[in-house]
Write a protein that binds this ligand. Structure first.
Ligand code: GLA
Length: 375
């Protein structure tokens, strides 16, 4: 869990603004809620390496240098992350790491870097698994534990080879703050929340502790409606996704803060089994996403992706949920659960009657279910 500069600021970052962000990260309760990494994405470097071939921080954006900034982040109790790219340049045109893997890794370790996001622009004919393995080995050789975030956009099926190379790997192209529609930006069309969601179920079996499918960073607080932000966050937690907030913390509304710091939703995301949710179709185009949790508990997320409100009429006893991957097999006619509404933070009785409600367009209803022991 962390925060990353890219979704709001792209390359328009500087030391003073980011120090303010670090302060608010702590004072706003984000750190207490579990967010830990503070990550600089693309645009932190000078346009050229120095005469010795070392990367240098942009002297205008970071006049005190990167070590001083890393020290500031650490002094606040956070971990520090940085970005580079496997190619000759980063996606925004700054110096890439190709041919400098070991020296760049040593430089990051000397600054106290705890996390490296490693992108895939300007890579020509590079072999993706090999390029990421080289950087992974370079990071390990420093002796400093550095989380390695693989970002080749799912182009080379990283779920098949990234385990043991990095701890997380992007499974799709870039997200945007759009819930349904993929809106073109010039000659490029980023993903939407739903287009990313729909690519995740097929790869859920590869997800697990220390090899996380990464459906990209959060757009909560970046322009979608409250309901859409809450659904986006809920669905990412159901997927056991890495949670990287990407909003301007200085302008965070109480609603955005309430979404990003919901401890019960975060506990579902961070559940130690690390199993990503699967989907069941429900009547009237509703979806039910199911995430098996520890202690025979589970999270259920009823989701309405349609453009109009939908009625949910569920007789719990008619529900049967089975999942080969996790071994979950629950007949609700012979097993009863306690229901906890994760957004209302309220107990809602037992699964022994009917669930009748309405779910607004693009909204979710999320429950945590705890088994009632049989006497
Ligand atoms: C790629 C990545 C993004 C971001 C930008 C930076 O598009 O997928 O997440 O890091 O590069 O240029």
């Amino acid at each position: 869990m962390g925060w990353n500069t890219w979704n709001t600021f792209q390359t328009k970052i500087n030391e003073n603004m980011l120090k303010e962000m670090v302060d608010i990260y702590v004072s706003s309760g984000m750190h207490d809620a579990g967010y830990e990494y503070f990550v600089l994405d693309d645009g932190w470097m000078a346009m050229e390496r120095d005469q010795k071939g070392s990367l240098v921080a942009d002297p205008v954006k970071f006049p005190q240098g990167m070590k001083a900034f890393a020290d500031y982040v650490h002094a606040k109790g956070l971990k520090f992350g940085i970005y580079n790219c496997a190619g000759s340049k980063t996606c925004a045109g700054y110096p890439g790491t190709r041919g400098h893997e070991y020296e760049d890794a040593r430089l990051y370790a000397s600054w106290g870097v705890d996390f490296l996001k490693y992108d895939w622009c300007y890579t020509d004919s590079l072999n993706a698994p090999e390029a990421y393995k080289t950087m992974s080995a370079a990071l390990k050789a420093t002796g400093r534990p550095i989380v390695f975030s693989i970002c080749e956009w799912g182009d080379h099926a990283p779920w098949l080879w990234a385990g043991g190379v990095g701890e997380l790997y992007r499974s799709t192209g870039d997200i945007s703050a759009s819930f349904v529609v993929r809106k073109p930006i010039g000659n490029w069309t980023p993903q939407s929340v739903l287009s990313i969601l729909d690519l995740q179920e097929a790869i859920r079996k590869y997800n697990g502790p220390n090899h996380w499918n990464d459906p990209d960073m959060l757009e909560v607080g970046n322009g979608m409606s409250y309901v859409e932000d809450r659904s986006h966050f809920s669905l990412w937690c159901m997927l056991a996704a890495p949670l990287a907030a990407g909003n301007d913390l200085r302008k965070m509304s109480p609603q955005t803060r309430q979404i990003l710091t919901n401890s019960e939703m975060i506990a579902i995301d961070q559940d130690e089994r690390g199993i990503a949710a699967f989907k069941m179709a429900m009547p009237d185009s509703l979806e039910l996403w199911i995430k098996p949790l520890k202690n025979n508990e589970m999270a259920l997320c009823f989701f309405n992706r349609t453009g109009s409100a939908k009625k949910l009429n569920l007789n719990w006893k008619e529900l049967h949920i089975a999942d080969t991957l996790s071994g979950l097999n629950v007949h609700f006619d012979n097993q009863v659960f306690k229901l906890r509404d994760v957004w209302l933070k309220a107990d809602k009785g037992l699964t022994d009657g009917k669930l009748q409600t309405e779910i607004a367009s693009h909204d979710v209803l999320v429950f945590r279910l705890r088994p009632v022991s049989k006497n």
